[in-house]
Design a binder for this molecule. Sequence first.
Ligand code: DAK
Length: 258
Amino acid sequence: MAYETIIVDIEDGVALIQLNRPDALNAINSKVVAELADALAAAEVNDKVRAVVLTGSEKAFAAGADIREMSEKNFVEMFTEDFFGPLNEAFLKFRKPVIAAVSGYALGGGCELALMCDFIIAADNAKFGQPEINLGVVAGIGGTQRLTRLVGKSKSMDMHLTGRFMDATEAERSGLVSRVVPAIKLMPEAMGAAKKVAEKSQVAVMVVKEAVNRSYETTLREGLLFERRVFHALFATEDQKEGMQAFLEKREPQFRDR
Ligand code: DAK
């Protein structure tokens, strides 16, 4: 599929997906939703892709859902089209790791898009916010849920109720992002992290993603059991034998995803 609103490049096991609507600060419209969902589905079945980096431009990761497109819609249209539903589903289904590389604005649906990724690396000029309250609505693709789990109730309420923006330092302090780097170093940092992940055993990588995500869905007791069982299961792989043998032989492991 030829894309209009995103650019996809595959390099060294990493698919770099860049939002490409610079005139609208990468606002997410239905075309972006469809193209992102398609790119993820393609990445899932492409053996050359072992990790994904999702990014925007220097000024904006994404300034939210496209207000122009949304403004005229009524309830029946939103509901029957399940506006934004396919994007959420595409991320929930995607089993390889996705790193968000955020520079500039990540607002509303843009912040929520970053939150759908497995972790966020931010440039020092990043600004996160859930300003939907200013438009007379509420976050609708995970903000009230995912942001709250990451930063806690008080800060999440503050963000959603006041619509204020959080800078990169506050975002890192609050656990929203995993690293902050100077803007100029954002892409090397994110691509470097993704390439590092791409070198690991893909089976183990996918198990890590499943296990960490499971912690949001279950009790601690069940989560601990799930983790222990998948740990046991990895002893059925050649990569576990190789990884441990390589350590003992003081060499780099050669994983074969088996
Ligand atoms: N949508 C459409 N166009 C946008 C946009 C957006 N979200 N954000 C910016 N743009 C456009 C501007 O209209 C402008 O276009 P032109 O006027 O040049 O044609 C261009 O991008 C540059 O923007 P500015 O001129 O405003 O640039 P500034 O540097 O002055 O300001 C800003 C940057 C990011 C502070 C400002 O653009 C801004 O406040 N943007 C809106 C931010 C926002 O409110 N985001 C939240 C949107 S609501 C759901 C589905 C979706 C959602 C919820 C539920 N369900 C299905 C359940 C999500 C909702 C949202 O995300």
